[in-house]
Design a protein around this ligand. Sequence first.
Ligand code: KQY
Length: 365
Amino acid sequence: MRTLSTTPKKDGFRMPGEFEEHDGCFMIWPERPDNWRLGAKPAQKTFAKVAKAISEFENMTVLASPEQYSNARNMLDSDIRVVEMVNNDSWVRDCGPTFVTDGEVVRGVDWEFNAWGGLVDGLYFPWDKDDQIAEKVCELERKDRYRTNGFVLEGGSIHVDGEGTCIVTAECLLSQGRNPELSKLSIEGNLKEYLNLEKVIWIDNGIYNDETNGHVDNICCFVKPGEVLLAWTDDKDDPQYEISKSAYDILTNSVDAKGRKLKVHKMYTPSPILITKEESDGVDAVDGTLPREEGDRLAASYVNFYIANGGIVFPMFNDPNDEKARKLLEELFEGRKVVGIYAREILLGGGNIHCITQQLPKARK
Ligand code: KQY
């Protein structure tokens, strides 16, 4: 594996849309008891269901720590590849490589990772093992990599259409814990260089109370070039309403890199989901890790589904809007099989289906 000193834009590589064809998908096995309740046992069952669902459509690789390798191997079907890799937690979208391609070859972008805000408002300490995941995955896949030393970013904070447009939130990319010394213009410049973009659309905020400082992948995503899905509520008393309304206004007044006006589909969120006492009691409290308190509102949304080659894997919460979300996905992704997984256990760890998965695009060579 070579570490390249150029940029994807200079080399003619771009980040493809998630709806383009994949070679496979990665996940990291959860285990840390200060984030996942009951020693991560319930989360492991949910991760295993997500891995199985995606493996029906494309190759699945699960990275597991040496301590968890045997357990992961036992809990996962035999067609899922399990590879030992030390880690700090299980968010491969954020610490894994963002893959780019020139249509023939795939390379990885290895963003600097600091656990969503480093010592300012990061979610755990240390994060050194997670910061090496992208490099190790590139090594495993024999992909050359670009490393952005001094520029912090997570894969969940960007969503691209594969044709030169990216959507981000200002809440996240301008947060004090990531790149406080960089202006909005320089941040946008870095995105354009490393993802090969012409246009960055900035919405203000992510989902209410999202501990990642509002990752875009939980509130808004591309269905295809020119069309986006936006998490929505009609309840004006819910703080989510103003957030979604502001994003709607920005998106419907934006054109993409090709000059198209965006079509925005509203995807209703589930009713607010709060942590129960039993759930909170199951998490080990550790200094330096975000506590999980009874009554805290979780950042629940359906927008963070995974787009696989022939399918969609989306989260369900035992909410009447689960079926609305399924119907909308079936309409928008005609020809793909839509599979729902109860995802409360992932939400309790602060995440969603999109941020526990990372796709490897198809390479011709
Ligand atoms: O991208 C994400 N949503 C990851 C959340 C990390 C939570 C760590 N406790």
